[in-house]
Ligand binder design. Structure first.
Ligand code: NAP
Ligand code: ZN
Ligand code: ZN
Length: 354
C-alpha cells in the first residue's frame, strides 16, 4: 500500500504529553475520500486512550474522532462526495459491512468488530493502528463519511460526531418525544448534547450534576430543572420521575440513587463509564420492584449519525465550544479532568500547520 506522510499530534506512552509527530496515511482507494481536517473535537475518550485508561492503547496514539473538514480527493468509485464538499467523520472508519448488525445499519455493533477512527487495527497498512483527527488529513471509505448541514457553525458541528450521536442514539431507541421526561447525569461534552437533543425532541429535561455552579448554564442549554446529586432533599423530590436517564459520568460511581428516580418501566442508560462496578454494587431492588432497566449504548450507526446531523441542521443545534490550538491539547486534557470546559474543546486544526 502506498502511503504519504502527514503531520499529527500524538503520544508515545500513557504518561507522556501529546506532541508533534509524523504519521502515514494510505493513498486514496477507489471508495475513499481524502479530507483536509478543519476542526476536531476533544472527547473524554481521547484522554482515556492517550493515557491507556481502558488498557489496549497502542502507541503512538493519535486521538480525535469528532472530525469536520473539506474533501480534497475522491476515489474512482465514490458517489456520495465530490472535491470541495464539507464532510465529517465520527468514531468509526470501517466495519465488516456484511454481518447482521452491519446489515441493520448498526455498524457500531459489528460482529466482527468495527474499526475505530483511532487505535483500531488498520485494514490497509500492515502493523499499523488507525490514527485519529488530531492530524492534517484523513483518508476514509465514503460509507463512513457524513454530510454536514451547510447552515451550521463548522467548529461547533464537530462534537456532534461523537457527543451528539452517543446521546441521540439512546434518545431515539427509547422513543423520546414530547411526552417524555428525560434526565441527564453529568454536564460535560456528552451531557450538554443530551440536554440539547432531548429538548429538540420536545422532552422535559432535567440534569443531575455534582456541580451547583452549572445550574444557570444547564438552564440556558435547555434544561427545565437541575438536581444537585449530592443534596438528599433534592434527590428525594425526584423519586419515580424519569422515563429515561442518560448517564454520562466517565468513572465508576453509585447508580443506585438514580435508579430510584426512574418511573415504572424506566431505563437508565450508561454511556459514560465503560468497565466493572467494583466499589459500588448495583442493587436489583429498584429494578425488581418497579420493572426498571439498566442499559448501555455505544455511539450510533452511520445512517443514524446522518439523521442526527440533519436534525441538528433543521433545529439549529450545535455544541457549545471553546476553540483551542493543537499545541494546547495537554492543558485541555487537564482542564477536562477538572470539568473545566464549556462544554467541548474543539481544536482549530489550522494551528497544526504552524
Ligand atoms: P466530560 O466532558 O469530561 O464530561 C463528564 C461529566 O461527568 C463532567 O462534566 C461531570 O459533570 C461528570 N463527572 C466527571 N467526573 C465525575 C465523577 N468522578 N463522578 C461524577 N461525575 C463526574 O466527558 P465526555 O466527553 O462527555 O465523556 C463522558 C464519558 O463518555 C467518557 O468516559 C467517554 O469515554 C464516554 N464516551 C462513551 C461513548 C459511548 O459510545 N458510549 C461515546 C463517547 C464518550 P458534573 O460536573 O455536571 O457532575
Ligand atoms: Zn468520543
Ligand atoms: Zn459487521
Amino acid at each position: 500500500m502506498h502511503t504519504h506522510k502527514v503531520k499529527a499530534f500524538g503520544t508515545e506512552a500513557p504518561e507522556n504529553d501529546l506532541e508533534l509527530i509524523t504519521i502515514e496515511r494510505r493513498e486514496i482507494q477507489p471508495k475513499d475520500v481524502e479530507i483536509d481536517i478543519m476542526y476536531c473535537g476533544v472527547c473524554h475518550s481521547d484522554l482515556h486512550t492517550a493515557r491507556n485508561d481502558w488498557g489496549g492503547s497502542v502507541y503512538p496514539a493519535v486521538p480525535g474522532h469528532e472530525i469536520v473538514g473539506r474533501i480534497t480527493g475522491v476515489g474512482s468509485e465514490v458517489t456520495k462526495f465530490k472535491v470541495g464538499d464539507l464532510a465529517a467523520v465520527g468514531c468509526m472508519v470501517d466495519s465488516c459491512r456484511t454481518c447482521s448488525s452491519c446489515a441493520q445499519d448498526l455498524e457500531q455493533f459489528c460482529e466482527n468488530g468495527f474499526t475505530g477512527t483511532y487505535n483500531g487495527k488498520d485494514k490497509y497498512i500492515d502493523n499499523q493502528r488507525t490514527y485519529g483527527g488530531y492530524s492534517e488529513s484523513v483518508v476514509v471509505d465514503e460509507h463512513f463519511v457524513l454530510h454536514v448541514p451547510e447552515n451550521l457553525d463548522l467548529a461547533a458541528v464537530a462534537p456532534l460526531l461523537c457527543a451528539g450521536i452517543t446521546t441521540w442514539s439512546p434518545l431515539k431507541h427509547w422513543n423520546v418525544n414530547e411526552n417524555s421526561k428525560v434526565a441527564v447525569v453529568g454536564l460535560g461534552g456528552l451531557g450538554h448534547m443530551a440536554i440539547k437533543l432531548a429538548k429538540g425532541l420536545g422532552a422535559h429535561v432535567s440534569l443531575f450534576s455534582r456541580s451547583a455552579g452549572k445550574t444557570d448554564d444547564a438552564k440556558k442549554l435547555g434544561a427545565d430543572q437541575v438536581i444537585i446529586s449530592t443534596d438528599e432533599e433534592e434527590m428525594k423530590a425526584a423519586l419515580n420521575k424519569f422515563d429515561l436517564i442518560i448517564d454520562t459520568v466517565p468513572y465508576e460511581h453509585d447508580i443506585n440513587p438514580y435508579m430510584n428516580t426512574l418511573t415504572v418501566n424506566g431505563t437508565l442508560v450508561l454511556v459514560g463509564f465503560i468497565g466493572e462496578f467494583e466499589n459500588d454494587s448495583v442493587s436489583t431492588k429498584p429494578m425488581i420492584y418497579k420493572r426498571r432497566s439498566v442499559a448501555g449504548s455505544l455511539i450510533g450507526g452511520i445512517k443514524e449519525t446522518q439523521e442526527m446531523l440533519d436534525f441538528c441542521g433543521e433545529k439549529n443545534i450545535v455544541s457549545d465550544i471553546e476553540i483551542i490550538k493543537m499545541q494546547d491539547i495537554n492543558e485541555a486534557y487537564e482542564r477536562m479532568l477538572k470539568s473545566d470546559v464549556k462544554y467541548r474543546f474543539v481544536i482549530d486544526m489550522k494551528s497544526l500547520k504552524d
